[in-house]
Design a protein around this ligand. Structure first.
Ligand code: ADP
Ligand code: MG
Length: 228
């Protein structure tokens, strides 16, 4: 329980700070970026390696603040009845070129007559993008990412299964903590943001994984959800 409390505290603090923090960081970043470009142009060449490093670090900071902006977004969220099948298919379409580059086949199994869901389409698409991105990054060879869309009791269930490296059992509970990443270029914010969005739809995210076999991320969103 202590662990749980610690986590939820961390998360609520992050949520509160996110909006202001991201904005405050982005403006000075833009300034620094501009002047770096100037230095790059005027330099005789000796400082270029340092400039390049600084520019790469700025890209990284921008990635982090962008992901924070998503946490901040619920304030301007727009909830509507949405066709969850096309919401999912749009994301798959969008990611397909990247998948093809990695020889990954995106398979879908969609139950007939999935009813509309009251949700924030853009937020849910962000969740799906984060999960598909992780799935693709976990696969270092050709394979399949399978999406199952179905109705289970009074929930829409979206299951995404990859054939990637998997996640060791003892690490699964750590996922979704801010900045928890095992990737050199990761932000460790994707799953945190995703969980937050799913929670704001009163849904759940369930992770099942086996090392060297693959991972299934299952999102369940209640059809009965309404926001007043
Ligand atoms: P990031 O992708 O920036 O590292 P995320 O929050 O998206 O941050 O993911 C956190 C960590 O969870 C990843 O670094 C990775 O180790 C692990 N992970 C998430 N999804 C998968 C997956 N489908 N397969 C294997 N590992 C995963
Ligand atoms: Mg990620």
């Amino acid at each position: 329980t202590e662990e749980l409390l610690r986590k939820s505290e961390k998360l609520s603090v992050v949520g509160e700070l996110a909006a202001g923090f991201a904005h405050e960081i982005r403006n000075p970043l833009t300034t620094i970026k501009g002047f770096l470009q100037l230095i790059e142009l005027e330099d005789n060449g000796s400082n270029i390696p340092y400039v390049t490093i600084m520019q790469n670090e700025i890209v990284r900071l921008e990635m982090i603040t962008n992901e924070f902006m998503v946490v901040a977004k619920p304030q301007v969220s727009s909830y509507q009845m949405e066709d969850i099948q096309s919401v999912t298919e749009d994301v798959i379409h969008f990611l397909n070129p990247q998948a093809l580059l990695q020889s990954i086949e995106m398979k879908t199994f969609i139950q007939e007559n999935i009813p509309s869901l009251y949700c924030d389409k853009h937020q849910l698409q962000q969740v799906l993008i984060n999960i598909y991105k992780n799935a693709m990054e976990a696969m270092n060879k050709a394979g399949t990412i399978t999406t199952d869309l179905s109705i289970v009791e009074d929930c829409v269930r979206i299951s995404i299964t990859d054939q990637g490296c998997g996640i060791p059992e003892n690490l699964i509970s750590k996922l979704g903590e801010p900045f928890y990443t095992l990737k050199e270029k990761g932000t460790g914010l994707g799953l945190m943001v995703s969980k937050k969005i799913i929670e704001s739809h009163q849904g759940t995210l369930h992770i099942k994984s086996e090392t060297n076999v693959g991972t299934t991320m299952t999102i369940e969103l209640p059809l009965t959800f309404e926001r007043y």
